[in-house]
Design a protein around this ligand. Structure first.
Ligand code: SAM
Length: 349
């Protein structure tokens, strides 16, 4: 049975004007639905605002109002055939106010319906794009617009830092926020960082926020454009130097304490260049995507490669392990390297 709660009863022709006034003084009870009775509209109000409402010259009445159902998932609103509901994606990426969603082929013809349901269900989402995967040398999402604004630029937040990105022009994955932050915990004031595959600059900027100086390289002009915008947004423009360049060209010219290598399908091929930037000792933060049952062999192979180049290596930590595909995960290997010492393999697993 519905309980009675306070409201105001107004003529229909002035209802919109009164609704705005109630909204302005934050008196509207948005958890309940207004109702129409004959030529009148009854607005539910918040009890504690009764006096303010009376000051507007309105009389309080008691009535029953239907409670608004809170939508917990877009799935409650989406209209797809019953036998296909099991294919509805349960997760997606939200970058600022833009959603990137992978749609299974069974639901391809309902992609727009899914996009519209997401917009309806979540106030914070202003645009929805079908994510057709990360492609090409710049690792950029191929996108198809589904619903909401046709806009691809947004402000994405990670642990209090703000990043302007164009999701159609630079690589971005909100799932890496924790990795960006975690890496920066290794970095101290005054240290130098080489971010070989910088993208819009999260690793470099997190490190700069800790008082380090970051050299960042990327071959994608948009990545370097947003890297610079983001150094300004986060007020670290004097502690980040970006190069629109292949990282291999810059590797010979800088000496650093930390090298970040986030090109998960290819980082390992760049180890030789990363090590050139370490004078005596430092850390390599290498990200790889690997089958879970093969990660141990992969780590051993990385360590052997580094040692062949004349460094002693310690694996300090394996971070993340986030699922990437069935039985494959995204791993962060944090390795301490010391030039010219004897082999001392130390694998924590
Ligand atoms: C996976 S994204 C990483 C972006 C960023 N580090 C992050 O965490 O969001 C890899 C980036 O490496 C860049 N890239 C690929 N090959 C490169 C190279 N040889 N030298 C410099 N950048 C490269 C791509 O353009 C892309 O922006």
């Amino acid at each position: 049975m519905l309980e009675q709660s306070p409201g105001v009863r107004v003529r229909r022709d002035v209802a919109e004007e009164i609704r705005k006034k109630l909204h302005e003084i934050e008196a509207l009870d948005t958890e309940r639905r207004p109702k129409t009775v004959g030529g009148y509209v009854v607005f539910p109000i918040r009890e504690e605002k009764s006096e303010d409402v009376q000051k507007l010259g309105l009389t309080i009445v008691y009535d029953t109002f239907e409670r608004r159902q809170k939508v917990r998932s877009y799935k409650e609103l989406v209209d797809v055939p019953e036998n296909l509901r099991k294919y509805l994606p349960t997760s997606y990426d939200q970058v600022g106010d833009i959603v990137l969603i992978k749609i299974p082929s069974e639901l391809a013809r309902y992609a727009k319906t899914i996009g519209e349901a997401i917009i309806k269900a979540y106030k914070s989402v202003k645009a929805v794009y079908w994510d057709l995967g990360v492609k090409g040398p710049y690792r950029v999402h191929e996108l198809r617009h589904l619903a909401g604004e046709k806009r691809t630029v947004t402000i994405h937040k990670e642990y209090g830092l703000r990043f302007k990105v164009d999701v159609s022009k630079v690589y971005v994955s909100p799932r890496l926020a924790e990795e960006h932050r975690k890496f920066s915990e290794y970095v101290s004031q005054g240290e130098k960082v080489f971010d070989m595959f910088s993208g819009y600059g999260p690793f470099s900027i997190f490190a700069a926020k800790r008082g380090a100086f970051s050299y960042a390289t990327d071959i994608n002009p948009y990545a370097i454009h947003y890297l610079y915008e983001n150094t300004l947004l986060n007020k670290v423009q004097d502690r980040v130097l970006g190069f629109l360049s292949d990282c291999r060209k810059v590797a010979g010219a800088v000496k650093v304490d930390h090298v970040v290598m986030n090109l998960p399908h290819g980082s390992v091929n760049f180890l030789k260049y990363a090590l050139r930037t370490i004078e005596k000792e430092g850390m390599i933060h290498l990200y790889v995507i690997e089958h879970d049952e093969k990660i141990k062999q992969r780590i051993e192979s990385v360590i052997r490669t580094i040692e062949k180049m004349g460094f002693n290596t310690d694996l300090v930590e394996i971070s993340c392990g986030k699922p990437y595909a069935p039985y494959q995960s995204y791993y962060g290997l944090h390795l301490r390297v010391l030039r010219g010492f004897q082999r001392n393999l130390n694998i924590i697993m």
